[in-house]
Every structure is written in structure tokens, then in C-alpha cells.
Write a protein that binds this ligand. Structure first.
Ligand code: ZN
Length: 69
């Protein structure tokens, strides 16, 4: 109950930004405000697949785009 983290399901238009799959931890980026969250490439389209927004606010992790698990 202490978690203020918003979660978004597949198909939601969560807005531009980076999101992380709650299940596998994989990250993806929505580049358009009307983009919908796609099914996770690893988890598929499960109903329990949810995404949490990754706060890229003043993050120094920019440039690290290694998607090599
Ligand atoms: Zn996943």
C-alpha cells in the first residue's frame, strides 16, 4: 500500500517516456504522446504484464542503451 508507483497495462496510452516491464524488467520507450504500450517482447500479452514509468529526470544513465539483458 506504500507504493505510489503507477502501473500501466498493455494498450494504455501512458504518454511519451520510458517504461519498464514489471515482470522481466525490460525497458521500452514511447516516442509519441498517443503511443500505446506494446506487448512485452519477452512476457507477451499477459494480463499481468504491467509497465512502470522510468523516471529519466536528470538521469545520468543516458547513453546506456544496452538492451542485452
Ligand atoms: Zn516483460
Amino acid at each position: 500500500m506504500a507504493s505510489d508507483v503507477q502501473t500501466h497495462a498493455i494498450g494504455e496510452s501512458a504518454g511519451t517516456g520510458q517504461y519498464r516491464c514489471c515482470k522481466c524488467g525490460g525497458e521500452l520507450t514511447l516516442t509519441g504522446p498517443r503511443d500505446q504500450l506494446p506487448p512485452c517482447p519477452q512476457c507477451g500479452t499477459g494480463a499481468d504484464v504491467r509497465y512502470t514509468p522510468v523516471d529519466g529526470h536528470a538521469s545520468t544513465s543516458k547513453g546506456i542503451e544496452s538492451q542485452q539483458r
